[in-house]
Design a protein around this ligand. Structure first.
Ligand code: PMP
Ligand code: GLN
Length: 385
């Protein structure tokens, strides 16, 4: 093939393959237990799969409407009203997306232009920064303290300039498992008052929150809700990350701009799963039982490794648990994660990849969305290290 490279300049010169692909591929190659990439190793509810099958047999196989089918948007609107007593108009304020990733991409694409600044908190989920960069924006990263991952809102205030266009928050937080509190949200609300800053609130783990804590959605705070894109993922809630269905909730004006981009980067999302999810959402226990389901898994995993040499503080939400290995080795987290996969046959995610300047805090992220059997096997291995 002729060499074309000379004239092609990359839009993302510093981006490499996502750590999730890298570690899952390594786990596969090494036949290791895969607690790296965040996905369940058990099946989605058969009733839900049957609903998708029925939708396919009932002819729901052509394009869905651009913003998503109305019954699903209505079901999401009802869920928001029942859980948080806030009303979002399904016609103009809710859009079904190809997973939360596309919702995040689209919200950033619709908002960020050259030289706009976006404040994000590190460790940060890996898709935010490249997307900001792709649209010419500048990421202003705030590295959180690895002890408690608390946000210093006074520091955030000092970073706001006339170029600040967006702030991105994520609660419950991947990878730390920390959650934003009422106090955090109120401080953020005060900070954004009288500004034009848009908020992107990534809430994909809304239904995975532990110890009786309440999820603090941006929708609950009027001063935030009026300027927020909330992104969510059915993949996380209903154990089917491979279906890639999520949604974005935002006030009418923001949704209007969101859909201008959405219609050209995906147009619409696969139809039969939308029909099934609309029906499935009618039974609130399908998502309300998730907290207890995953809390059991967190507690099982942590009780089994409490005598190990790893240190931890229990995850408050998400299906991730951070384990600190500073008592075990001085190696950097990436090398140690590779070694654990190759030698001990257990894969995790080194969290330096989510940190500013790949700060290494000797911490690995383990996904506990696994069968109890897998968690027992994982604990057995971790206890030998
Ligand atoms: N945000 C966070 C914080 C995530 O952990 C993930 C991974 N599920 C996503 C967004 C993307 O979600 P989806 O798989 O629905 O695209
Ligand atoms: N959200 C998942 C995680 O944090 C991975 C999603 C992906 O592979 N892009 O592990």
């Amino acid at each position: 093939m002729p060499n074309y490279n000379n004239s092609f300049s990359s839009k993302l010169p510093n981006v490499s393959t996502s750590i999730f692909s890298v570690m899952s591929a390594l786990a596969h190659k090494e036949k290791a237990l895969n607690l790296s990439q965040g996905f369940p190793n058990f099946e989605s509810d058969n009733n839900l799969i049957e609903l998708v099958n029925n939708a396919m047999f009932n002819g729901k196989n052509q394009y869905a409407p651009m913003p998503g089918i109305f019954s699903l948007r209505k079901a999401i609107s009802d869920k928001m009203e029942n859980l948080y007593q806030v009303r979002y108009n399904p016609e103009t304020e809710i859009t079904i997306t190809a997973g939360a990733t596309q919702a995040i991409f689209t919200a950033i694409a619709a908002t960020i232009s050259k030289d706009d600044e976006v404040i994000i908190f590190k460790p940060a989920y890996d898709c935010y920064e490249p997307t900001i960069e792709l649209f010419g924006g500048k990421t202003i990263a705030v590295q959180l303290n690895p002890e408690d991952f608390k946000i210093d809102w006074q520091l955030v205030k000092s970073l706001i300039t006339e170029k600040t266009k967006m702030i991105i928050v994520n609660t419950p937080h991947n990878p730390s498992g920390k959650i934003l509190t009422k106090d955090d949200m109120t401080q953020l609300e005060t900070l954004l008052k009288n500004t034009n800053i848009v908020l992107l609130s990534d809430e994909v783990y809304e239904h995975i929150i532990f110890d009786g804590e309440k999820h603090q959605t941006a929708a609950l705070y009027p001063g935030l809700a009026e300027r927020t894109f909330i992104t969510a993922s059915f993949g996380k809630t209903f154990h089917n990350t491979g279906w890639k269905v999520g949604y974005c909730i935002a006030p009418k004006e923001l949704t209007h701009e969101f859909r201008k981009v959405h219609q050209f980067n995906v147009f619409s999302v696969n139809h039969p799963t939308q029909v099934a999810l609309a029906e499935y959402l009618k039974t609130p226990s399908n998502y309300l039982e998730l907290n207890a389901f995953y809390q059991h898994k967190r507690d099982l995993f942590l009780s089994l490794i409490k005598e190990s040499r790893f240190e931890f503080s229990p995850s408050k939400g998400t299906y991730f648990q951070l384990l600190n290995f500073k008592n075990i080795t001085e190696e950097n987290d990436y090398d140690f994660a590779v070694k654990l996969t190759q030698k001990y046959k257990i894969a995790s995610i080194p969290i330096s990849v989510f940190n500013e300047n790949t700060l290494d805090t000797k911490v690995l992220r383990f996904c506990f969305a696994k069968t109890d059997e897998t968690l027992k096997q994982a604990a057995e291995i971790l206890n030998t290290i």
